[in-house]
Design a protein around this ligand. Structure first.
Ligand code: COA
Length: 390
């Protein structure tokens, strides 16, 4: 029996109600805005309203997929996040009733910093190889939050990307080769008692570059393609300039000339959404793919490289090819509108939202309506999160 190809059958992205302009941040921090625009490659960042969290944006990303394909054959839901709302219960179960997921599915949350979405995608491919009649809904959803007035602050952001993974996929066929690299390193972490991550920024940039090179070496060792074969490189993008740095490092490590034009050609279309959404941790790499598909000319049958990095750290280099007719399955208008309809956020409200804390007393706390997105966190009562859809 031959195994059918497995990969991404549908792909959808959502982000938050608000956007903060980096010019406001630069003004308040007293730095040249070009440090953000050019130095780290960010223009605005998505910011969650008080009634949004990783569940509401995940539901908004997944709903269009359920609307188009229904829930038939979805036997597994894998939700990847590093900004979870519960230490025990999977966020996938909070969104289960919001988007009408079937009771006959296993629902699990995955965590390994920004790598979790790739773990979900690869685990999904394994499940489908075992039974090609099944589909897996993989959702990567995160709100990236660093302390105010720290170097990490301009690299915040938020987004969710939902992927329906299936046999005979309409958009992207995953290739079997994968390169892996894991090492225990304290470059970014968030102990259970903290709401904002801790990061050693320079260490993380160096660790990311080393992990990229090591994962590439392992990919080649396992029979992967030549570097020159790829039409584009989708990198995890904590800030978009990181994709540039990582690709330059990879090219140079393999003896290629890493001129700016060559690097731009390889990554340019993958950075458009991330530049305005900011870091979305687990979703960031897949937002890069959404951006590539929405902005590049026809890539039918072209191989695309994926470089996933999650601090701590795990990296994976893998590849896929775009399927004939993939264009017909994209959601370009909806994706552009998710970005352009965000409401500009004033600096004072940004700080209030950043400093707000979840009530811990178990009483009923209604959350005033703020977001105009399809799902919202309506209340917290008896330590339970209560969501509603519009
Ligand atoms: N115009 C243009 N570029 C400017 C500039 C200006 N006015 N001012 C500074 N820059 C450039 C710097 O030269 C530097 O470029 P380089 O990295 O190519 O050398 C870049 O902007 C960043 O400046 P730097 O002083 O290094 O920034 P920082 O100390 O504030 O920290 C990070 C940058 C990325 C380390 C920080 O934002 C961070 O910790 N982010 C979170 C961690 C993270 O995302 N890790 C990635 C791996 S997952």
């Amino acid at each position: 029996m031959t195994t059918p190809p497995v990969g991404i059958h549908d792909l959808s992205f959502a982000t938050t109600h608000y956007a903060l302009d980096h010019a406001l941040l630069a003004d308040r921090l007293g730095v040249d805005p070009n440090k953000f625009y050019l130095g780290i490659g960010q223009e605005t960042m998505s910011v969650a309203a008080a009634d949004e969290d990783i569940v509401t944006i995940a539901a908004a990303a997944a709903q269009p997929i359920i609307d188009r394909h229904g829930v038939d054959h979805i036997r597994t839901v894998l939700l990847a996040t590093e900004s979870g709302v519960d230490q025990s219960k999977s966020a996938g179960l909070y969104l289960h009733p919001l988007i009408g997921l079937p009771n006959t599915a296993r629902v699990v949350e995955l965590k390994q910093a920004c790598y979790g979405g790739t773990a979900g995608l690869q685990f999904a491919a394994g499940l489908i190889a075992r039974d090609p009649s099944q589909r897996v809904l993989v959702i990567a959803t995160d709100i990236a939050k660093y302390e105010l007035d720290t170097p990490g602050e301009p690299t915040q952001g938020a987004a969710a990307v939902a992927m329906l993974v299936s046999a005979n996929p309409a958009i992207l066929r995953l290739e079997p080769h994968s390169g892996l690299y894991s090492a225990d390193i304290m470059d970014f972490w968030r102990p259970n008692y903290r709401t904002a991550a801790l990061v050693d920024g320079k260490t993380s940039v160096n660790a990311y570059q080393k992990a990229t090179q090591e994962a590439w070496t392992d990919y080649r060792r396992h029979g992967g393609r030549d570097l020159g074969e790829f039409a584009a490189f989708c990198y995890h993008q904590p800030f978009t300039r990181m994709a540039f740095k990582a690709h330059r490092h990879l090219l140079e490590s393999q003896g290629f000339t890493a001129d700016t034009a060559a690097i731009d050609a390889a990554i340019r279309h993958t950075t458009s959404y991330n530049r305005t959404v900011g870091n979305s941790y687990t979703a960031s790499l897949y937002l890069g793919l959404v951006s590539l598909l929405d902005h590049a000319d026809d890539l039918t049958d072209q191989p695309i490289a994926f470089i996933s990095y999650g601090s701590g750290s795990v990296a994976e280099f893998f590849s896929g090819t775009l399927q004939p007719g993939y264009h017909d399955h994209l959601r370009t208008d909806a994706n552009r509108s998710a970005v352009t309809t965000r409401v500009p956020l004033g600096y004072d409200r940004y700080r209030e939202l950043h400093e707000a804390r979840t009530p811990t007393d178990g009483r009923y706390h209604a959350i005033p309506e703020e977001t105009t997105r399809p799902f919202r966190l309506a209340a917290i009562s008896g330590h339970k999160r209560i969501y509603e859809s519009r």
